[in-house]
Design a protein. Structure first.
Length: 258
């Protein structure tokens, strides 16, 4: 198969899946990972795709929220390192909130496997996180679901969610972000999701944003938090020195997971 044929197939996979991984394409097409990287690089140079760690996403979706099923397959290793670092912040018996998104979902997975989850209460607007808690072997965890309107990322948002949230209080809030803009802050494509994230922040003693290094290269529409509003940012070692320096100029605490 020549490169132009592979590239057309890659574009076809992106149209149906929203994202592709290099390892999966290499196995599917029977070529090396380096060959797929070259194909993706050529497509990116033409503006047809956007490269992310370990794969690519459609260039037309950089302002849109990917489906949860798509996001959960992207940058899995990065999410694991971020999630495990975030688990260290939770103490048994804490009352915490977990926002929607694939990185916070991975955080919830690691948290429920940890002794740190003993006796905790989780408020969440994420349907996957709520389902995860309900099916977990650890039954010493209480979950409260906000209600609201469902987004593409399987998050519950809107006025109903915001009203429920406003009547509660949590020690820690763990949020994801679609993109990070220095010095503006943290953004999401959905204005209702932005409002609900702000509502969650208003009831939290501390807000922690979990976001991999690729989010510094993305853009989005709706600002939900400035750097002054966030206590801790946790990202992965893939973040560039330039992004580290610029972020530390405006952030309270930037943690780079091992």
């Amino acid at each position: 198969m020549i490169s132009s044929q592979r590239q057309q197939l890659i574009l076809g996979r992106l149209r149906t899946r929203g994202a592709v991984r290099i390892a999966g394409l290499a196995e599917e097409f029977g070529v090396s990972a380096m060959t797929i990287r070259r194909d993706i690089a050529e497509l990116a140079d033409k503006g047809l795709v956007k490269r992310v760690h370990g794969g690519a996403v459609s260039s037309s979706t950089s302002l849109a929220e990917p489906l949860f099923a798509v996001k959960s397959q992207m940058d899995v290793g990065l999410k694991d390192s971020i999630a495990m670092k975030a688990v260290e912040l939770v103490q048994p018996g804490d009352v915490i909130a977990i926002g929607g998104g694939s990185t916070t979902y991975v955080f919830a997975q690691h948290l429920l496997e940890s002794e740190n989850s003993t006796g905790i209460t989780i408020l969440t607007n994420s349907l996957p996180v709520a389902e995860l808690v309900q099916t977990a072997e650890n039954k010493d965890v209480e979950v409260i679901v906000t209600g609201g309107v469902t987004t593409r990322s399987n998050s519950l948002v809107g006025p109903l969610a915001d009203r429920v949230i406003s009547s509660l209080r949590v020690n820690l809030l763990f949020l994801g972000a679609h993109s990070v803009s220095v010095p503006r802050g943290f953004l999401t494509p959905n204005s209702l999701e932005s409002s609900t994230a702000a509502a969650l922040m208003s009831i939290a003693n501390q807000t922690i944003v979990l976001t991999d290094h690729t989010k510094w290269q993305l853009t989005s529409l709706s600002l939900f938090a400035g750097f002054d509003d966030v206590d801790i940012i946790i990202t992965d070692p893939g973040i560039s020195p330039e992004d580290v320096a610029a972020t530390r100029e405006v952030a309270h605490n930037l943690i780079i997971a091992d």
